[in-house]
Design a protein around this ligand. Structure first.
Ligand SMILES: [Fe+2]
Ligand SMILES: [Fe+2]
Length: 270
């Protein structure tokens, strides 16, 4: 079974409403105007989609941060680029939001985030129903939403007690297939003292599930750097780089007979 994993394309756009000048979107917009738009090349995302269509994986996983400030216009850019994957019925597409996709409480932004989630996942699941389990091919995928609007200075994630309990429940029965958790934040990463602004909180129970292999694999993004923290069977945690920064696609092959995961990087060029 083949899975292609990418993360953090960070589409950007100028503010699309007056209210954007009066909340955190102004910080994100300035960050986009002076930094992000020079770092993230959307042509790499286009090439990534072309490559995925050509490779015909069973499942495509996107671990969030489609946008820079969670605005409707930015989601529209991404939905247009990802359209060939959305309409390809042979490929199962799974997406969870990143902190930039749930950037502010503004109703238009929250509705756009929910609409993007439902459009990309294509199977009737809603953002509110997460964590939830989706079986695709030879694996079970646990989709988790770790993101909610934070103040101006934080890019943090949260696994609420309720989410953590639901993930424990989903992992409590006999394991029929490998379980792959899909979230945005690295769970096992050690942060420096100043890392408190970028880390996830409340993940301890889920890390125990990962370490005891009740969860076989955790896929995530957020740091924009690729990292494979896995054992010899490929079990552990895999962080995808930002596709629009590096062109990285993370190719995962699950071999049912050997019951192991193998990894390969593919780098697209603009
Ligand atoms: Fe990101
Ligand atoms: Fe992020």
């Amino acid at each position: 079974m083949k899975i292609i994993h990418f993360s953090d394309p960070h589409a950007g756009a100028l503010p699309d409403s007056l209210s954007a000048y009066f909340d955190k979107r102004i910080v994100g917009t300035l960050n986009y105007a002076f930094k992000r738009r020079f770092l993230h090349n959307m042509a790499l995302m286009q090439r990534g989609v072309d490559y995925i269509i050509q490779e015909k994986p069973d499942v495509v996983v996107c671990t969030g941060d489609l946008t820079s400030t969670g605005q409707p216009r930015e989601f529209d850019i991404m939905l247009e680029i990802l359209q060939p994957l959305i309409t390809n019925s042979a490929i199962k597409l799974l997406y969870v939001p990143g902190n930039h996709d749930s950037y502010v409480k503004n109703n238009r932004c929250q509705s756009a985030s929910k609409k993007a989630f439902e459009t990309l996942n294509m199977n009737g699941i809603t953002l509110e129903s997460l964590p939830t389990l989706v079986t695709a091919g030879e694996c079970d995928f646990i989709l988790v939403n770790e993101c909610r609007p934070t103040n101006f200075f934080l890019s943090t994630g949260y696994l609420t007690t309720e989410s953590s309990k639901k993930i424990e429940e989903l992992c409590s029965g006999k394991k029929e297939r490998p379980r792959i958790m899909i979230g945005h934040f690295p769970l096992r990463k050690k942060y420096s003292l100043t890392g408190f602004r970028h880390k996830i909180y409340g993940q301890q129970k889920v890390v125990e599930l990962l370490n005891s292999q009740k969860i076989d694999l955790a896929l995530c993004g957020h740091t924009h750097k690729c990292l494979h923290d896995v054992d010899k069977t490929g079990r552990g945690e895999v962080v995808a780089a930002s596709i629009t920064k590096t062109g990285d696609l993370n190719i995962i092959e699950y071999n049912k007979k050997a019951d192991s995961f193998k990894y390969k990087q593919h780098i697209v060029v603009a």
